[in-house]
Design a protein. Structure first.
Length: 546
C-alpha cells in the first residue's frame, strides 16, 4: 500500500472523514457484517486501498439490527464463528451454546477492533447508487450522506436477510402505541411490562421473540398465518468439555470445509431409506441434542417424501405433547410444507409459551387481519385491544438489499432490469453485465442453506484470490459470461427441483413477497467450494477478462 493509499483510508472517527468522502480507492465493500468485515481485512492485506460503507452506526450487520428479545443464533456458536484466524478462535469464548444477539454483536465489535477495521468503514452511510463506467471500468458509489467514491472493485456484502418488510394493513398510522419490526428493533430497551402485545408472524424471529415477550407482557396475542416447525435449542452455558470437544474436532472440521461440503442434493443420491423404527430412534436422539440437526438426520430427508413425512410426523407429535390444550396444539401443527423446506426454527420454550395463561393464539389464516385500529387490530372475526404491535414479518430476502440500491452495470442496465425474472448470478458470486462486482452469499450460492459464516469466508477468500489474479495478470475487468450464468442458474434449479424445497412457499423462493418472481435462491449441490476453486484455477472459466 502506498502512503497515498493510506491517506485514503482515513479513520472514520476523524473530523476529516465525517465530511462526505470523495476520490478513488481500489475497492469498496458495502456492508460491515461478518462478510464485509472479513472482506475488508483480506483486501487491505492484499495491499489494496479499501473503503467500507455501512448504513448502521456500527459493525455486525444482521446482529446490529435484530435486537429483539430472544434473538440468538440458531447454529451452535462454536460453529457460527469465523475460522480464518486460529488466534481469534482461541481467544474468544462463547458463554452459551447458542449465543444471544448482544454476545454475537460483541464478537463482531471485537473482530473490528482486533483487526483494526473500523477506520476503513464509513458508518451511517447507506449506499444509494453504484454505477459502472464502461470507459474506465470503475464503479462510482454514492451514499445518502453525500459520499461519492470511485473504485475498480465493488463487493456487495449486503446480506441475505437485511431488507425488513412489513405488510401494510389499512389504518397502520392510526395505531396509538409502538409498532416495532424485529429486524429494525430500537436500541433502547423496550419495556412490555403491563402491556397487551400483538405479535404478527411465526417465523424464526417471532418464535424466538414470543416466549421472551410473554415473560414480561400482561398479555400476548400471537397472530399466526402459517404454523412453522420449530426444534428446541436446549440452550445452556457452554462448558469446558464442549469447547475441548470442538478443538479436538476442529482439524477434521476444517479439512471437511476445505474438501467441500456434500450438499443436500448430491448427498441424497442413492442413500437408502432407513426402516421407520430406525428413523424414529435417530429423531429422538436428535431431538435430545437440540438445534437444527434433526433435519440433517438422513441424507434424503429433504429429497425423499416418505423420509420427510416420518420426520414431520415425529415433530408434530412432539409439539402436540408439549401444548396442553389440544385445540391450540392442533392450530400450531404445520401441515403446509415438508419439514426443513422452510428454514427450520430453533426455539427456547416456544410451544411451552402457549400453556401460559397470558398468551393466546389467533389464527389469521382462518380470520385474516382487516385493519390496524387506533386501539389494536381487527380481524374478519373480532377486535383485539393492543398496546404494542410487533411485526415479525420477515425480509425481502437475498435480492431485497441489492435491489434497494440503484445498481447500473455495463450499458447502463440496472440490476432491477437484469433480475426482472428473479435474482441470478454465476456461481452465486457475480452477475452477468455487472463487471468487477461481486456479491457475497449471492443467489445461487449455498448461502442461506449453509452455515453463513463458512459460506461468507469461502466467498471472501475466492474474491480476494480473484482480485489478486486480476491485478497480477494486468486485467482491469472481469465479467460473468451470460451463457455461463444461464448454465449455472439452470443447474441450481435442476438440483432444487430434485428436492422437496420447491414444495414450500418460503422466502427461499421469494414467496413471502407478493409479485416476486419465484426462483429458488440457494445452491444445494455438493463440492461448491471445489467448483469455484476449479473455475479460478482454470483461468476463470465462464468469465470474460479484459
Ligand atoms: P419469516 O420466516 O419470513 O416469517 C415471517 C412471518 O410473518 C411468517 O409467519 C409469515 O406468515 C408472517 N407474515 C408475513 N406477512 C404477513 C401478513 N401479511 N399477514 C400475516 N402474517 C404475515 O421471517 P423471520 O421470522 O424474520 O425469519 C426470516 C429468516 O431470518 C429466518 O428464516 C432465518 O433464516 C433468519 N433468522 C435467523 C435467526 C437465527 O439465526 N436465530 C433468527 C431470526 C431470523 P406466512 O408464513 O403465512 O407467510
Amino acid at each position: 500500500m502506498t502512503s497515498r493509499d493510506r491517506e485514503k483510508n482515513v479513520p472514520e472517527g476523524s473530523t476529516a472523514a465525517r465530511q462526505p468522502l470523495t476520490g478513488d480507492v481500489d475497492a469498496v465493500v458495502v456492508g460491515a457484517g461478518f462478510g464485509g468485515l472479513y472482506m475488508l481485512h483480506r483486501l487491505r492485506e492484499l495491499g489494496l486501498s479499501v473503503r467500507g460503507f455501512e448504513a448502521a452506526d456500527g459493525v455486525g450487520g444482521t446482529w446490529w439490527w435484530n435486537r429483539y428479545p430472544g434473538a440468538r443464533c440458531d447454529l451452535p456458536s462454536l460453529y457460527y464463528a469465523y475460522t480464518w484466524s486460529e488466534d481469534l478462535s482461541r481467544e474468544w469464548r462463547w458463554s452459551e451454546r447458542y449465543a444471544a444477539q448482544p454476545e454475537i454483536l460483541a464478537y463482531a465489535d471485537h473482530v473490528a477492533d482486533r483487526f483494526d477495521l473500523r477506520g476503513l468503514i464509513a458508518f451511517g452511510a447507506r449506499v444509494l447508487a453504484a454505477i459502472f463506467d464502461e470507459a474506465t471500468a470503475l464503479w462510482t458509489l454514492e451514499t445518502d450522506r453525500g459520499d461519492r467514491v470511485r473504485a475498480r472493485w465493488c463487493v456487495m456484502a449486503t446480506g441475505c436477510l437485511s431488507a425488513p418488510r412489513a405488510p401494510q394493513f389499512p389504518g397502520e398510522e392510526t395505531f396509538r402505541g409502538p409498532r416495532l419490526h424485529t429486524g429494525l428493533w430500537p436500541h433502547e430497551a423496550v419495556d412490555f411490562a403491563g402491556l397487551r402485545v400483538g405479535v404478527i408472524g411465526t417465523g424464526s424471529s417471532g418464535i424466538q421473540a414470543i416466549p421472551r415477550i410473554a415473560e414480561q407482557a400482561r398479555r400476548v396475542t400471537v397472530f399466526q398465518r402459517t404454523p412453522n416447525f420449530s426444534l428446541p435449542a436446549h440452550n445452556g452455558p457452554l462448558g469446558d468439555a464442549e469447547i475441548a470437544d470442538y478443538w479436538a474436532r476442529r482439524p477434521k472440521y476444517l479439512k471437511m470445509l476445505k474438501a467441500g461440503l456434500p450438499g443436500v442434493a448430491a448427498h441424497a443420491e442413492g442413500a437408502p431409506v432407513p426402516p421407520v423404527e430406525e428413523q424414529r430412534r435417530v429423531y429422538e436422539e436428535m431431538w435430545a441434542i437440540g438445534g437444527p440437526v434433526l433435519v440433517a438426520s438422513f441424507p434424503n430427508l429433504l429429497t425423499d417424501e416418505a423420509v420427510n413425512a416420518a420426520a414431520s410426523d415425529f415433530v408434530r407429535e412432539k409439539i402436540a405433547q408439549v401444548v396442553e390444550d389440544p385445540r391450540i396444539a392442533a392450530r400450531l401443527l404445520p401441515h403446509d410444507h415438508p419439514i426443513g423446506t422452510k428454514r427450520i426454527c430453533v426455539d427456547t420454550d416456544y410451544y411451552q409459551t402457549f400453556n401460559r395463561p397470558n398468551v393466546e393464539l389467533a389464527d389469521i389464516r382462518a380470520a385474516p387481519i382487516e385493519a390496524i385500529t387506533p386501539d389494536g387490530l381487527r380481524t374478519t372475526e373480532r377486535e383485539y385491544a393492543l398496546d404494542a404491535i410487533v411485526y415479525a414479518t420477515g425480509f425481502d430476502a437475498v435480492s431485497g438489499a441489492l435491489l434497494a440500491m440503484d445498481i447500473r452495470g455495463a450499458g447502463g442496465v440496472t440490476l432491477r432490469e437484469a433480475w426482472a425474472d428473479g435474482p441470478r448470478a454465476y456461481l452465486g458470486l457475480a452477475v452477468a453485465g455487472f463487471p468487477n462486482l461481486f456479491v457475497l452469499a449471492g443467489p445461487g450460492s449455498p448461502s442461506v442453506l449453509s452455515n453463513m459464516m463458512v459460506s461468507l469466508e469461502e466467498h471472501v477468500d475466492w474474491v480476494t484470490g480473484c482480485i489478486a489474479d486480476m491485478r497480477a495478470g494486468g486485467y482491469t475487468r472481469i465479467a460473468a459470461e451470460p451463457s455461463a450464468q444461464a448454465a449455472w442458474v439452470a443447474h441450481v434449479k435442476d438440483l432444487a427441483d430434485r428436492s422437496l424445497f420447491p414444495r414450500a412457499n418460503s422466502w427461499y423462493v421469494g414467496a413471502n413477497i407478493p409479485g416476486k418472481p419465484r426462483v429458488f435462491t440457494a445452491y444445494i449441490g455438493g463440492g461448491y467450494r471445489q467448483t469455484c476453486e476449479a473455475v479460478a484455477a482454470g483461468g476463470y472459466e465462464g468469465f470474460a477478462l479484459a
